[in-house]
Write a protein that binds this ligand. Structure first.
Ligand SMILES: Cc1cc2nc3c(=O)[nH]c(=O)nc-3n(C[C@H](O)[C@H](O)[C@H](O)COP(=O)(O)OP(=O)(O)OC[C@H]3O[C@@H](n4cnc5c(N)ncnc54)[C@H](O)[C@@H]3O)c2cc1C
Length: 587
């Protein structure tokens, strides 16, 4: 089948903060840049980010990037690569100022400087004091960022393919990535988008869990595309559970609520975090707070009729502060928990939130993967940034405020490196006819309906397996059982069909295509979790409760072929400063 084709210099798949920052770098250099997004760009998930973006500006209290670097490494439970972390923390202040100059409407201090608030796991003097580091636009920082970057891209004449669904990467025999086959959602027509370099910025995948802070679009499509292109996924056992999802619903109550002075209590009114993290209490790292909440609930100290959550109290902050600094959170609490935080506590419980693992990439955004014959190399023409990538700056646990930073720092870096790549590769390479076959075959599978397994049922079953077997606490037996159940679900998926023959809408086809990506992501995650015999950051294994630096200070790599696992060492050497060697992690 011959496909309609559009040709660009550079292609960006994903219009969140990561994709848009990279696209802007390229478009400002007068290149022909395409951005593909399955939703209208400003509906990308970055829009939901609430609390802030970290940068050691020191506007509220003394701060510097080296302390930020220390906090990020400690927060990562020493699994983060220290060269990438140094790069990110050093670049933070300049990146935030650049966003301000692009027009991002940050909240202001009385002296006119950018407003900053406290977030979990942030310190001064290498763990001695409490840093105030998260730069915020009220509690709608991601919204402000996404709209600013979108408007800048419009100015720079980036070409947008809105509501186009990327199916699979296009590669030649030598492994060069040459674009993507996408589906126009409105018409159902496939389109080949050819480019000399392609960036994956497709965001996270926490929708593989039943209760999640993520929007419905976070289905791991970029991860599926990478796996099918022969690229392994890194550190997929590390999914972050945010401590304060609204109980039973999952919507996020940002850490900003605790950063502004809110605290957690159990059914006895006790501020229980004082027992689990005496130095930092409610502002300990997220993995620590999530485990504490679960332990309280399991010990019978939970709140409400079922005793299945704890309370987040904000009422002591006063109505003025809640209305000015946390208006979105108040709105969410009223709408989804029927509790106005001005006078009532919010019921909260840990909820799947953020994927620390992803497509292995370096600090230039290049995708790096082991070759068939030897060590890892950059995949020619392919880049990945944002939540779908694993640089790795978050290691085993991400600090709040570091993802918005990650996406813009590495989005910018990837854009710059893609410019170099384009200079070195000035001519398009021919696309072999068979390069589009995988995408078209996957699409053709969902053109007709019939009798068979149902997509929504398999999706719900997958989410339950992840919640039951791969949650905050994991065990060897539970993970093994989870892997078996997930393999059965994959089998069932191979027999799935779209049910109502007379009404096969493109949205139903996309749900099926998304489920394939989610199942591959879920299997990568649970297999990787099953492999790691230690507890580190967000991976808390009850049969191996201690961190084991001797055997497990390494990144996992999951390969689609055979569901195989491999490992590679953590990069402990920073770029210019001394390394922070692993030490016991307490808050
Ligand atoms: C509720 C919430 C609050 C948060 N608050 C904060 C915070 O305060 N601070 C912080 O640092 N982090 C925060 N985070 C995390 C942070 O927002 C995200 O990690 C980050 O915004 C991800 O950006 P991204 O560019 O990688 O992807 P996204 O913004 O998720 O964008 C992904 C893009 O990929 C596109 N896409 C995906 N698949 C396809 C496909 N198949 N075809 C075409 N397009 C596709 C989508 O349309 C979208 O445009 C929060 C997260 C949540 C869920």
């Amino acid at each position: 089948m011959s496909l309609p084709k559009r040709t660009f210099d550079a292609l960006v798949i994903g219009a969140g903060g990561g994709g848009l920052r990279a696209a802007l770098q390229l478009a400002d250099a007068d290149l022909k840049v395409a951005v593909v997004s399955k939703v209208f760009p400003t509906r990308s998930h970055t829009v939901a980010a609430q609390g802030g973006i970290n940068a050691a500006l020191g506007n509220v209290s003394p701060d510097n990037w080296h302390w930020h670097m220390y906090d990020t490494i400690k927060g990562s439970d020493y699994l983060g690569d220290q060269d990438a972390i140094e790069f990110m923390c050093r670049a933070a202040a300049q990146t935030v100022r650049e966003l301000e100059h692009f027009g991002l409407p940050f909240s202001r201090l009385d002296n006119g400087k950018i407003y900053q608030r406290t977030f979990g796991g942030q310190s001064t003097h290498f763990g001695q004091g409490q840093a105030v580091r998260a730069c915020a636009a009220a509690d709608r920082t991601g919204h402000a960022m996404l709209h600013t970057l979108y408007q800048q891209n419009i100015r720079a004449k980036t070409h947008f393919f809105d509501e186009f669904y990327a199916l699979d990467l296009v590669k030649d025999e030598e492994g060069y990535v040459l674009g993507v086959v996408a589906l126009e959602i409105e018409t159902g027509e496939p389109l080949l988008i050819e480019a000399r370099t392609t960036l994956l910025a497709t965001g996270g995948a926490a929708r593989i869990f039943r209760t999640s802070t993520n929007s419905l679009i976070n289905t791991g499509d970029g991860l599926g595309m990478a796996l099918r292109a022969g690229i392994p996924l890194q550190d997929m056992e590390f999914f972050q559970f945010h401590p304060t999802g609204i109980a039973g619903v999952g919507n996020l109550i940002s850490e900003a609520a605790r950063g502004e002075g809110g605290f957690l209590v159990n059914r006895h009114g006790e501020r229980f975090m004082q027992r689990y993290a005496p130095a930092t209490t409610d502002l300990a790292s997220r993995d620590v707070v999530s485990r504490a909440i679960l332990t309280e609930v399991r010990a019978g100290n939970g709140c409400g009729e079922q005793g299945d959550h704890v309370w987040l109290k904000l009422d002591h902050l006063g109505a003025d502060k809640i209305k000015s600094r946390l208006p979105g959170i108040r709105d969410l609490a009223r709408r989804f928990a029927h509790a106005d935080p001005i006078d009532a506590p919010i019921p909260v419980f840990p909820t799947a939130h953020y994927m620390m693992g992803g497509i292995p990439s370096n600090r230039h955004g290049q995708v790096v993967a082991p070759t068939a014959t030897g060590p890892e190399e950059a995949v020619p023409g392919l880049y990945a940034v944002g939540e779908c990538a694993c640089v790795s700056v978050h290691g085993a646990n991400r600090l709040g405020g570091n993802s918005l930073l990650d996406i813009v720092v590495f989005g910018r870096a990837a854009g710059s490196h893609m410019l170099d790549y384009l200079r070195e590769n000035p001519y398009p390479r021919p696309i072999p006819r068979e390069a589009t076959e995988l995408a078209l075959a996957r699409l053709a599978r969902w053109e007709r309906g019939g009798q068979g397994e149902s997509i929504p049922k398999i999706r719900e079953a997958m989410r339950k397996v992840m919640e039951d077997h791969c949650g905050v606490f994991r065990s060897s037996a539970g993970l093994r059982e989870g892997v078996d159940k997930m393999q059965v679900l994959r089998e069932r998926f191979s027999r799935a069909v779209l049910h109502d023959q007379s009404k096969i809408f493109n949205t139903a086809r996309i749900e099926a295509l998304e489920l394939e990506n989610m199942l591959q992501t879920a299997l990568a995650s649970i297999v990787s979790a099953s492999g790691r015999q230690e507890s580190r950051g967000a991976h808390s294994q009850v049969d191996f409760p201690a961190r084991d630096d001797k055997n497990w200070l390494k990144h996992s790599l999951y390969f689609l072929e055979g569901g195989r696992l491999d490992y590679k060492p953590v990069r402990l050497k920073p770029l210019t400063v001394e390394s922070f060697p692993p030490v016991p992690r307490t808050y």
